[in-house]
Design a protein. Structure first.
Length: 417
């Protein structure tokens, strides 16, 4: 509660004048003091209870989208009391990387956000709703909120301010492009998989039946064949190759991290990782994605272990959406820790916009194992020239949005001293 007009002096002064007018038998003075007390007191009570039983909520038509798509944001204000609101001002914090269509977004004191401001009046037990379209041109994890409400009495003498800390999360997945856009062949982009010794039955491919054995799982019993032959029969599956694809994303765009960030190359590397993961899962490969960038809301780097299926792709896209270009760990350390879990015959794909001596040494170590190592260079990167290393060059720009809508370089300056 605050007032830019009345203060405690007005209340004490009006009370003194009221008593003085009554003592001196001055009706005009008494009436003036009484009206002052009535106006100030009533306005204070009105302002004090203005935000009582006020509900403010927002709904998003979708919480996970791809760049270029739009989301409908519906906000509603409900006054659940008999006291009307002659005016109420609402402010929602919205990331400045989201675009509110047909509505002006105001500057905010919070870095990286803008303010969506609404002003209205509400009658007793009335609900008011607004609908907006949010355009999502950029990848990222964004929050809408917190919100602030401000209201008061009819004359604006007293105002009450509240902050509602509830937020809504919106994930914008990275763009997924065809392999041709990456400059890779759409079929077997890294050649034949050398994993013929990792044979295992594929339950999706039945080739016949045989007699039941004690070690067979009960769920593989073929009931129709059992009924026909009067002996328990189990399904025989076609052997399939279990291929693991590990994608390792290096978000360092300069040899020394304090030199800054090349936004274009970092985002293009993320697009390449998402596109390769989607293609690998379509080819029924077990795909895992690792990156040295910090995840939004934590101090951990991205780690999605190999898996298969639609949920795996959703987990990969969600992790890539939450990635920031700030390194959480050394990429070389990440390689040495996480590549140990991949068996012989796996394919390890490294995506990087920079090549250092430490990375060259780590690549040489990986090449000594029985795994296929592929390096995807984003932009012009020095070729490490290691025997047995497959190297491809990716386009520097895979974002697809107009260059005027995005930054290219983010320079970091040390202002200490």
């Amino acid at each position: 509660m605050r007032s830019h007009f009345f203060s405690s002096i007005w209340f004490y002064g009006a009370a003194v004048l009221l008593l003085l007018g009554m003592a001196l038998r001055q009706p005009a003075l008494s009436v003036l003091a009484f009206l002052t007390l009535l106006t100030a007191g009533g306005s204070r009570l009105w302002g004090q209870h203005a935000l009582d039983h006020i509900e403010y909520e927002r709904r998003l038509s979708a919480r996970r989208v791809f760049p270029g798509e739009s989301v409908e944001l519906v906000t509603s204000l409900t006054n659940r009391k008999w006291l009307p609101l002659p005016w109420i001002e609402l402010e929602d914090q919205v990331s400045d990387r989201l675009r509110v269509r047909d509505q002006e977004a105001l500057p905010s004191a919070r870095p990286g956000t803008t303010v969506l401001r609404l002003t209205t009046a509400a009658r007793p037990y009335e609900r008011i709703s607004w609908s907006f379209q949010l355009d999502c041109p950029h990848r990222g994890a964004f929050s809408i909120g917190p919100s602030s409400l401000r209201s008061g009495d009819l004359f604006g003498f007293f105002t009450r301010h509240e902050v509602r800390e509830a937020t809504d999360q919106l994930l914008v997945y990275p763009r997924v492009v065809p392999l041709e856009r990456l400059g890779l062949p759409p079929r077997q982009p890294f050649g034949e998989a050398r994993a013929a010794f990792h044979l295992m039955p594929d339950p999706a491919r039945t080739v016949g039946v045989r007699d039941y054995r004690p070690e067979d799982a009960f769920r593989f019993v073929h009931w129709k064949a059992t009924a026909r032959l009067q002996e328990v029969q189990v399904k025989v599956f076609e052997p399939a190759v279990a291929v693991q694809l590990g994608i390792f994303l290096n978000l360092d765009t300069y040899e020394r991290p304090w030199e800054g960030i090349d936004y274009l190359r970092a985002e293009s590397a993320i697009v390449a990782a998402a596109s390769l993961a989607g293609h690998g899962l379509e080819e029924r490969e077990q795909v895992g994605v690792y990156a040295n960038g910090v995840l939004v809301g934590s101090d951990q780097h991205l780690r999605v272990h190999p898996g298969l299926g639609p949920r795996q792709f959703s987990a990969i896209l969600e992790g890539l959406a939450k990635l920031t270009p700030l390194s959480a760990t050394s990429f070389v350390r990440l390689l040495r820790q996480e590549t140990r879990r991949f068996p012989a015959g796996s394919t390890l794909v490294l995506i990087s916009a920079v090549m250092t001596e430490a990375m060259r040494a780590a690549l040489a170590e990986l090449l000594m194992g029985r795994r296929k190592i592929v390096l995807l260079q984003v932009g012009e990167v020095e070729d490490p020239e290691l025997p047995g290393l497959e190297v491809h060059s990716l386009p520097e720009d895979l974002l697809g949005d107009p260059p005027s809508t995005r930054p290219r370089y983010v320079r970091i300056t040390d202002i200490r001293g």
